[in-house]
Design a protein around this ligand. Structure first.
Ligand code: PLP
Length: 425
């Protein structure tokens, strides 16, 4: 497959290449198992000495096509699909962090990721320190510990919408010989490719713009293949894995060491596997990713500018607005637009905001973002409900914040809906 293709071509053609007389469209391989000619061949597969599918908990041809397309889009050496974005985040960290070790994470993470890292990982002995991503590099460095194994942040925070300072965060990680893991869900590889800015591992909630149509839950881990695991800090990468008769990931899989390890150890053991049907839908969804992201970004910018001028609106946050605190970072790292999510507050606070949501017609109240259809939500009472008020404020969720995921409908219809709902206040 030609890796020199432009991203629009990769989105349409990448991942699946039919042979002579094979289906033009990626088939759904709804099979848990695979057939072999000899016992010796199966044994080689189980010892990781030959490539191939063993069992659909670990890999499947339809899922593999999606993984290949995502790796192409992000510019990585390999990818692994998971059953959800949460599973991708969890497995990406568990591959490098075990009990007694430490992770640094931005405090502006999506509420579900924050809770996973804070509540669940701590129960399994992984300590996470949450840091304000706007701190200076010097200040951030004071949070690094001898047992820190990675740095985790989002390209565009959900829903604070702060754009990550990749230079600062990759320096923070690399000066300490640990990888930078970036959740690129909101930006997608069409707007930002974190590997080009120093990230080592990328994760996605494919439930969002990858699928794009709100049909399927799924996640993805992508490996840049560039991190040097042989630096003394990651012995599991450089010493024999007895569960595979002495495989050594760095020695045997070279630049694909991390993505191989996460699959053959954690996907094997934990089984957070994506179904072939979801992979099929996401593979099709990706074909229109560049078109969708362009329209989402254009519509969101137009809606943000319109809201900013409306006298019933208290404030608007969108990285594409000059007023946004990380607008300069958006110009630097988001080359094709600032994605489809914006946030705002209505004069009159939380109560007025809830009334506005109830008054909307086209824009639906939904616990989701990144759908082709415009949708809206009050995070403090839903997605970020499990956080304390202090944690909510730190992660950018003010009590009156409304999260608006701008769809790809005609922008005039979207604005008319907002206007009608505001007039009724
Ligand atoms: C930025 C981000 N990361 C991860 C997740 C978790 O993904 P999933 O819901 O697919 O488990 C979400 C979900 O909203 C998200 O917005």
């Amino acid at each position: 497959m030609d890796k020199k293709w432009k991203i629009e071509t990769k989105a349409v053609q990448g991942g699946y290449e039919p042979g002579n007389s094979e289906p033009r469209v990626l088939p759904i391989y709804q099979s848990t198992t695979y057939k072999y000619d000899t016992c010796e061949e199966v044994a080689k597969l189980f010892d990781l000495q030959a490539a191939g599918h063993m069992y659909s908990r670990i890999s499947n041809p339809t899922v593999e096509a999606l993984e290949k397309k995502m790796a192409m889009l992000e510019g990585g050496v390999g990818a692994m699909a998971t059953s959800s974005g949460q599973a991708a985040t969890l497995l990406s960290i568990m591959t490098i962090c075990t009990a007694g070790e430490h992770l640094l994470a931005a405090n502006t993470l999506y509420g579900g990721s924050f809770t996973l890292l804070k509540s669940t990982l701590s129960k399994y002995g992984i300590e996470v320190t949450f840091v304000d991503p706007e701190l200076s590099l010097e200040e951030l460095k004071t949070y690094v510990k001898p047992n820190t194994k990675g740095v985790f942040a989002e390209t565009i925070g959900n829903p604070s919408l702060n754009v990550l300072d990749f230079d600062k965060f990759s320096t923070l990680a690399h000066d300490n010989n640990v990888p930078l893991i970036v959740d690129n869900t909101f930006a997608t590889p069409y707007l930002c490719r974190p590997f080009e800015h120093g990230a080592d591992i990328v994760v996605h909630s494919c439930t969002k713009y990858t699928d794009g149509h709100a049909t399927s839950v799924g996640g993805m881990i992508i490996d840049s293949g560039k991190f040097n695991w042989d630096n003394g800090k990651f012995p599991e990468m450089t010493t024999p894995d007895e569960s595979y008769h002495g495989v050594v990931y760095v020695r045997d899989f070279k630049e694909a060491a991390y993505i191989t390890k996460v699959r053959v150890q954690l996907l094997r053991d934990i089984g957070a596997t994506m179904s072939p049907f979801n992979a099929f839908l996401m593979h099709i969804g990706l074909e229109t990713l560049p078109l969708r992201m362009e329209r989402h970004s254009d519509n969101a910018l137009a809606a943000a500018k319109w809201l900013e001028k409306n006298d019933k609106i208290a404030w608007v946050t969108y990285p594409g607005l000059e007023s946004h605190p990380t607008h300069e970072l958006a110009k630097k790292y988001l080359s094709n637009g600032c994605s489809g999510v914006l946030t705002f507050g209505v004069k009159g606070g939380r109560e007025a905001g809830e009334k506005l949501i109830d008054n909307l017609d086209l824009i639906k109240l939904v616990v989701h973002v990144a759908d082709t259809r415009s949708c809206i939500l009050h995070p403090a009472s839903t997605t970020h409900r499990q956080l304390t008020e202090e944690e909510q404020i730190a992660s950018g969720v003010k009590p009156d914040l409304i999260r608006f995921s701008v769809g790809i409908e005609n922008i005039e219809d979207i604005i008319n809906d907002l206007e009608n709902a505001l007039e009724q206040l």
